[in-house]
Design a protein around this ligand. Structure first.
Ligand code: NAG
Ligand code: NAG
Length: 548
């Protein structure tokens, strides 16, 4: 009897507080439903990673040798950065000079913190920590801040360094920087400006004089801001990120005949942040759209499966993606492309290679073989772009030729047709600038399935990077993936060593061969910049109980 009374009391209390406390934005889906707790509990106990206990001693030895080799590669690149550009945003490897590209706060150093930690480079991490403690985010280096990049590289890097090390200086710096970014959201609808004058809080678009932005740049704050709200007990960050999503949803209706948004869940890329309306009808899961979709599902995972709106939106989007944004190539690959109204463009940039990994995780959680198989097939298409090149590296963007769509081939120039005849694709942008996305998906799918082939492919790509991108003092891009330096005898370099090479590319390369419980997908979820955030911070409906 007594127990019943207590629980009735607790129920009354929770009902009373439900009336007074505003529920967090995103808890309710678009129909006003909450997550079903039985399903949530089932998801919480679902294991993502393959059980690797059947690994042979020989496999283990090879794997660990490879991990060591990649760690040496990182140390080689880090030594160049330490020597010529320590604390700079980037190292210009070829000129052996520092480069200021992200306000001079040390983008490479901050982005690489968690990689240093994961690689066990404790001294370098401790040294970087001292540097971070002294960064002055109020000094913007005379540059406008790119709000999206500042969040994913700096805020994400600091949050992950905080979670891995427990050192509160990283959290303090993350809060300090995010508070400087918040004025970018101070707009009529709460949609963020692309660029921000950190000193004045004045926002602007990248194309001066306009108010344009894109999908990724309004939707890629959710993970970092949700976690910041948890760690600070302050809901402002989460609400700010969610308000941008709400504004997008409220101002675009696919049923409205005047809307450029026509396929529910496939959002156009271009956007006016003042009206909140799409200004173009082209939808894409590559550059400009990619991490919007990625953050729908990953923020849901980070929220312990409680942000029901994220799941609702992701479900609609992934169905629309499968129905409209995927095509079959003449040589039998399923690949993602651009969708513009009823038109499909077989243009595939390397950013789309994030899809198999994210979809693999989502479909394994959902127990969907159909979508898991789609993830595996998309991975084959993405890998084919790398595997067909003598460099073992993939072009920045390619064009596929669809099965039974003659015009895809006929409209090409003679030179492009020659490429299709030889490789099955057009090398629309033939360079490789050390990007991580395919490696990321191979790593994730290896951890999910245990398929050795996926790890072997990562190793082949690493060999390609070693042959074509390694120069004195570090690594740079290569201008044409169709040629390989080991046969031509010359390196065809592109001056580009962005911070993501240290944060993402080398981390995913290493983790593929690290012991399988190092940053397990059952314990962490990676941000779009490969910063692992812990999944072990349970949801508490208001954020208040986290603040210590
Ligand atoms: C930021 O605004 C101030 C005041 O208008 C201006 O002096 C400064 O040049 C601006 N910064 C940048 C990077 O444009
Ligand atoms: C939450 O954070 C925002 C942004 O920094 C700040 O303006 C606000 O005062 C904070 N709220 C509380 C209760 O600390």
């Amino acid at each position: 009897m007594k127990i019943q009374l207590v629980s009735a009391c607790a129920l009354a209390l929770s009902l009373a507080s439900a009336q007074t406390v505003q529920p967090l934005t995103g808890i309710l889906d678009r129909q006003g439903n909450r997550a079903n707790m039985q399903q949530v509990n089932a998801l919480r106990s679902r294991r993502l990673q393959h059980d690797f206990s059947d690994e042979t001693a020989e496999q283990r030895a090879t794997r660990r040798q490879r991990a060591e080799a990649i760690k040496k590669g990182f140390q080689y690149a880090w030594a160049g950065y330490e020597k010529y550009a320590y604390g700079a945003d980037e190292i210009d490897v070829l000129k052996m000079k520092p480069k200021t590209t992200r306000n001079g706060w040390g983008a490479t150093l901050v982005d690489a913190l968690d990689t240093l930690w994961v690689l066990g480079m404790k001294d370098e991490f401790a040294q970087a920590r001292e540097y971070v403690a002294k960064i002055d985010f109020h000094n913007d280096g005379g540059q406008l801040a790119k709000v999206f990049e500042t969040n994913i590289r700096y805020v994400g890097g600091l949050l992950s360094a905080y979670e891995l090390s427990g050192d509160s200086v990283f959290l303090q710096k993350a809060v300090e920087l995010t508070d400087l970014l918040l004025p970018a959201f101070d707009t009529p609808l709460g949609l963020p400006w692309q660029m921000l004058n950190i000193t004045t809080g004045q926002g602007s678009s990248e194309t001066l004089g306009t108010t344009s932005t894109n999908l990724a740049e309004i939707g890629t704050f959710q993970m970092e801001f949700y976690r910041l709200s948890q760690l600070t007990g302050n809901a402002t960050y989460h609400e700010t990120a969610q308000r941008a999503i709400t504004a997008m949803l409220e101002n675009n209706n696919p049923q409205d005949p005047a809307s450029l948004y026509t396929i529910p869940g496939l959002y156009p890329l271009d956007f006016d942040m003042m009206s909140g309306r799409f200004t173009n009808s082209a939808a894409y899961w590559g550059g400009g759209g990619d991490s919007f979709y990625e953050y729908l599902i990953k923020t849901w995972i980070l929220s312990d499966f409680m942000l029901h709106r994220n799941l609702d939106l992701w479900r609609e989007s992934i169905q629309a993606f499968r129905n409209y944004a995927v095509a079959e190539s003449a040589d039998g690959f399923l690949f993602p492309g651009f969708v513009d109204g009823t038109k499909f463009y077989p243009y595939v940039d390397t950013f789309t290679n994030f899809i198999p990994g994210t979809l693999g995780i989502a479909s394994k959680l959902a127990g969907s073989d159909t979508y898991f198989s789609l993830a595996e097939q998309l991975l084959e298409a993405g890998y084919s772009v790398f595997a067909k090149m003598s460099s073992s590296l993939g072009a920045e963007a390619v064009r596929f030729v669809r099965r039974n769509v003659g015009s895809d081939y006929l409209q090409l120039s003679a030179q492009e047709r020659a490429q299709v005849d030889r490789y099955g694709i057009v090398l629309a942008r033939p360079y490789y600038v050390l990007r991580p996305e395919l490696i990321e998906s191979l790593f994730v799918m290896y951890r999910l399935t245990g398929k050795q082939e996926y790890a072997d492919r990562v190793w082949d790509i690493w060999q390609g990077i070693q042959r074509n991108c390694r120069v004195p003092n570090g690594y740079v891009g290569t201008a044409n993936v169709a040629t390989d330096a080991s046969s031509t005898g010359v390196l065809n370099t592109v001056d580009s060593t962005e911070s993501f090479f240290f944060a993402e590319t080398l981390k995913y390369l290493y983790l593929t061969f690290a012991d399988h419980d190092v940053i397990s997908l059952d314990d962490y979820v990676f941000t779009t910049e490969a910063h692992p955030l812990s999944r072990d911070l349970p949801f508490d409906g208001t954020f208040t109980s986290y603040a210590s």
